[in-house]
Design a protein around this ligand. Structure first.
Ligand code: ASP
Length: 430
């Protein structure tokens, strides 16, 4: 160290933008010890700091990305404040996340795994009520949000379909949202129009989660997709930075891919190949947003070309319900992700994903069922991950994530070891 210990430490705290208290916590020493290291060298109370601390702090300060990481985590306060949307504890878009905050959310999701896997129960949301307002078709999102809330001890009230709601009588989003706020403690909303969930959110101060706003975004799906990719990669010994992700299908109206590509773009040096039928390409504004972050983006109409060497294949359904007077052909047989195509273009450690539902009707050519017994198919691990991730979203938005660990009790019943008859042994991913 060419400068005095005092100057060295003061400089480190300034560059990290940390107070003494937080700096001491971050490097794992007592505040009292830090104070003695910060005294002028001649003073009686002065102590030299251990060599290992000098090396640790030097490494952080000299390494740009570590510096950024430590400086960011210095933004103290609860995660829900750091991801807040216009100052409210609401989740409307993946744009609310940084790489750091998304990984913090996933640490909460990890905490939820024993509950999601039915080994433990928790009641941290006992007494809270969720309003699940779905004005558009849904199976997974509605039930998994409901189950996630219940598994934290809360209760759920549902509405399904537009025609059975007061909106069919002409009620405004504002009125519906305000009325519901008097009944429930959080709302999940799915609505066919882009931007509509943000309108609901504006009319209330309770937590609102976007469960899909038309062709806009589907943030909780993208979060569980990213969580799945990271979990699968850690099993396979891969890193997400530098990976190759192939997104296939209706990239124009598929809200899951809109959210997912933006979330993945928080990582470094990714290659995206975008494979879509003509007319269903990814919107320009998303391409620009992703491109600005230095990722490689290639668009193609050839499935074989797009899948070549991919680490992740993410197939999607053609969103026919959103076509407005368009004559788009959808998938021809050439767009079908099936076993032959995956074998031909990718290695044994590729993972195949889909937000589901897959269209199993004849002629739809959506993701083939011939991969069902193939361990590379991660679709049910993906849906299973929806529970811990959605539990984490609720716990964070309602500010109870810190209570979960000590609230856990053993379950009283015995669930089956494999949930589905086709689950391979490693599906449980211990
Ligand atoms: N379930 C997803 C969604 O709601 C995907 C789909 O419907 O194709 O966006």
């Amino acid at each position: 160290m060419s400068v005095s210990q005092q100057v060295f430490l003061r400089d480190a705290m300034r560059r990290l933008n940390l107070t003494r208290d937080i700096f001491a916590t971050r490097i794992g020493v007592k505040r009292r010890a830090l104070d003695t290291w910060l005294l002028p060298e001649g003073s009686q109370e002065f102590r030299s700091m251990p060599e290992v601390v000098t090396r640790f702090v030097t490494e952080i300060v000299e390494n740009d990305s570590l510096l950024q990481k430590y400086a960011q985590s210095a933004q103290s306060g609860p995660l829900r404040d750091r991801i807040a949307y216009q100052g409210k504890h609401q989740l409307l878009s993946v744009d609310q996340f940084s790489r750091e905050s998304v990984e913090e959310l996933f640490r909460v999701a990890d905490l939820m795994q024993p509950i999601a896997r039915r080994q433990k129960v928790s009641r941290v949301l006992e007494g809270a009520v969720l309003g699940n307002l779905f004005f558009e078709a849904s199976t997974r999102t509605r039930v998994s949000f409901g189950a996630a809330f219940c598994r934290l001890g809360g209760s759920v009230c549902d509405t399904t379909g537009f025609t059975f709601s007061s909106m069919a009588k002409g009620e405004s989003i504002y009125d519906t949202s305000r009325v519901m706020s008097g009944y429930v403690d959080a709302m999940v909303i799915r609505h066919p129009e882009k931007g509509s969930v943000a309108e609901f959110a504006e009319a209330t101060n309770i937590p609102v989660v976007n469960g899909g706003d038309g062709p806009g975004e589907h943030p909780s799906q993208a979060l569980l997709d990213l969580y799945t990719i990271l979990t699968e990669f850690s099993r396979l010994g891969k890193l997400l930075d530098g990976a190759h992700i192939a997104l296939v299908g209706d990239l124009k109206y598929g809200r899951t891919v809109h959210s997912l590509i933006k979330l993945l773009a928080l990582y470094r040096g990714l290659t995206f190949t975008l494979v879509s039928p003509r007319g269903l390409e990814m919107p320009d504004y998303i391409l620009e947003q992703t491109g600005r972050l230095g990722h490689t983006i290639e668009q193609t109409n050839s499935l074989a070309e797009g899948l070549k060497g991919a680490d992740v294949i993410y197939a999607t359904r053609v969103q026919k319900e959103r076509f407005v007077g368009e004559e788009v052909e959808g998938y021809t047989a050439d767009f079908q992700v099936n076993k032959a195509m995956v074998d031909q273009c990718c290695g044994p450690d590729v993972i195949v994903m889909h937000p589901l539902p897959r269209d199993s009707r004849e002629g739809a050519h959506d993701l083939s069922v011939d991969l069902n017994h193939d361990s590379r198919l991660a679709i049910f691990r993906q849906t299973d991950n929806g529970i811990p991730v959605r539990m984490a979203i609720f716990a964070v938005l309602l500010g109870v994530e810190g209570l979960v660990q000590h609230s856990l009790r053993d379950v009283t019943w015995s669930p089956p070891s494999h949930l589905g008859p086709d689950d391979s042994v490693f599906h449980g991913l211990d």
